[in-house]
Design a protein around this ligand. Sequence first.
Ligand code: FRU
Length: 465
Amino acid sequence: MNDPNGLVYNDGWYHLFYQYYPDDIVWGPMHWGHAMSKDLVHWEHKPIALYPDEHGLIFSGSAVVDRQNTTGFGKNGETPLVAIFTYHSMEGEKEGRTDFQTQCIAYSLDNGITWTKYDGNPVIPNPGIKDFRDPKVFWHEASSSWIMALVAGDHAQFYTSKDLKDWKYMSDFGKTQGAHGGVWECPDLFPLPVEGSEEEKWVLLISINPGAPNGGSGTQYFVGDFDGTTFTSQQQEPKWLDYGTDNYAGVTYNNVPSEDRIFIGWMSNWDYARDTPTQKWRSAMTAPRKLSLHQVEDDYVLANYPIASVGKLTSDMLLSSTEVPAATSATLVVDGLHQSEIQLKTASKNMKLLFKNNRDEVLQIQMGLDTVKVDRRLSGQVDFQKDFGARIHKAPIVLPKGELRNLRVLMDWSSMELFVNEGLLSITEQVFPTEPYDTLIIVNEDSQHPIIIESIKKMESVWQN
Ligand code: FRU
């Protein structure tokens, strides 16, 4: 699988559709796979929602609850769920045409289980742009209309509609702003309050491949304003949602019952997604994360942090509060470390966390004054692809008042999700140790501040065989 698609809440259920090729463990003719959850953490697999057909493969897109039946798809008072996706015509691509991606819709009247494709597709034909895809649609209350963000090669475009069928082009954004090392993909546009103020800003997420700060695929964001027609942002330089190499194509939920803006990303990277040393499964989604916007010095920073139900997966205490004094280190053998949540409280700006197994495979996180480095070069299997273990990944730390307060790590068999200061910085990385990590070495190289390990807790599995 790859990108999350059609993230929408309806009638007590969170839907997670996703790019899926059921017949192999590498990318192929795309379907929309489907899973449903009550809490975004425990999921039930559902039948495939959308199959490719004579018009093409089913690429990424979104889903909305058409509460007012603007489409007329709802018959006896039913509320339609409407999926908006890209058809990708393989024939068109092979013939060397540029118009092989179009925007299309399908609807479901049984809360997402079965789908009917609209017979008036495409709802947006291709204007002659090769990469023209990944529609994200949301209901815009202020203009009583549907708004769509999509990507068109090196920029985003915005469209408006009253009925999800008839779309009008409004504006574009980004040709000369942000990162352009690769094609733009998977946009998302939404408002967020600026924490601790009365201000509201709009955030545009744009995935880009290649061109991420640590190689391959990554997600940049822009903070700005949206007036119902045009998105504007003063920002010239890219900002990155996650500095790890394994958080891509992430978007947020429509129609959630709370005010929360909930994000899920695909935990892989096109550099090596086809090559990771796994069987039976191939890549996963990130933990669901709540997005929030913060003013840090003169800048806006988009934080992402696991939603509360992720924390509820913790169970047995594997290690309770322990102090690592200034200029010392601790070697902790923790049975179950490979499926755990680690919480640290600290002001130490100079430390290393090493996750090790008895084969001396080690994943290292190094916190410095203004940079975090993650080194997975010796983390286990790395040579399945040349870029995976090629270099140390680096992230700048922007901290309010320069304060490092806490670190949280979600460690799983094949992944590490690091959150600094409640997600002001996040780093998501896949790892493939040949034995589970069972030893945590904490090296406190700060001569003044201790590190407090608040807890290491077991995380319950959400996987049902
Ligand atoms: C992003 C992406 C999308 C596209 C889909 C195809 O990973 O390339 O732009 O719709 O994957 O699977």
